[in-house]
Write a protein of this length. Structure first.
Length: 303
């Protein structure tokens, strides 16, 4: 990002008001933005989804451009027209981002991209941006992540940066493969009202965050104990292609794979029982099951 774009973002004042807050859990899937942000709203309708996750900017490649304000505005107005709320969306920053990378070049590009994607999310009227903490061979990685969050907070109003749980529990460099690891980052963030966590059921299963036999019953309780329910800003609901504690980030559709459907059901029900009002979105490989998966999650939450 050149200095002009950074300045343009830093001096931007014409943000829309945040979209309102919904008072229930919402359910959807990760959707493509290939057709533009407004297209997400159509995809939600056709899938009977009440939530959506999407990449704020094109996920592949570092090329960036200043957002087209007529397009973010059209999304915002579309949400108002359909009574969609900010906690029905979980924007996701590109996987490329690694703000604590050992490479200075990657760190610089990642910081810019996190800022840009937070800017876009806020232009859409949203309040949360999900990203992966990153990996670093250095114990200062945690400090770098927190510093990036603080930096974004200083420039973009309202935005909550949402750290995702990751599966790589056997890696010495990947950050975020336990609740304690995410808590370490949160502890270093100045404004704790604007940092949160996204629990991914596949990552936490493959990462061994909760015991295998009582996974769905214990996951939220452990999160509450180690971090706190108020820090939950979103959930990724995925089945697992790989075994418990495999350390591999490999998603499967909900009714298939190694993570029993019953455990996913228990986890969704625990969110409902806790009165949480967060977007729950599947990032599953086979889109043929999207409609059924959304309906299934809704049914669990109603029971
Ligand atoms: Zn993710
Ligand atoms: Zn995820």
């Amino acid at each position: 990002m050149d200095a002009t774009m950074r300045e343009q973002i830093a001096n931007f004042e014409n943000y829309p008001k945040l979209l309102p807050l919904s008072d229930s859990l919402s359910f959807g899937v990760h959707m493509s933005i290939a057709g533009g942000y407004v297209e997400l709203l159509k995809q939600m309708t056709s899938l009977n989804a009440t939530a959506s996750a999407f990449f704020t900017s094109q996920p592949r490649g570092w090329n960036i451009k200043f957002p087209e304000l007529n397009k973010t505005q059209a999304f915002y107005e579309g949400c108002l027209a359909k009574n969609l709320c900010r906690n029905q969306f979980l924007a996701h920053a590109p996987y490329l981002i690694n703000v604590c990378s050992d490479s200075e070049d990657t760190r610089a590009k990642s910081s810019d991209r996190l800022l840009l994607d937070a800017f876009i999310a806020r232009l859409l009227g949203l309040d949360r941006l999900n990203f992966h903490p990153g990996s670093s061979s250095d114990s200062a990685g945690y400090i770098k992540i927190a510093q990036n969050i603080n930096d974004v907070h200083a420039i973009i109003p309202d935005i909550v940066l949402v750290l995702e749980t990751v599966a790589e529990c056997n890696s010495k460099t990947t950050i975020g493969s336990s609740f304690a690891s995410l808590k370490q980052i949160i502890d270093l963030v100045t404004d704790k009202s604007r940092v949160g966590v996204c629990i991914d059921t596949q990552h936490t299963f493959a990462g061994g965050f909760a015991p295998e036999s009582s996974f769905g019953d214990d996951l939220l309780n452990l999160f509450k104990k180690e971090i706190g329910a108020e820090f939950l800003f979103g959930v990724h609901v995925n089945g697992s292609l790989t075994k418990y504690k495999s350390g591999n980030d490999r998603h499967q559709n909900l009714h298939m794979g190694e993570l029993p459907l019953k455990e996913i059901e228990k986890f969704i029900k625990s969110l409902k029982a806790e009165g949480l009002k967060v977007p729950c979105v599947a990032e599953t490989p086979n889109a043929d099951f999207y409609k059924d998966e959304i309906q299934l999650m809704k049914t669990w939450a109603e029971q």
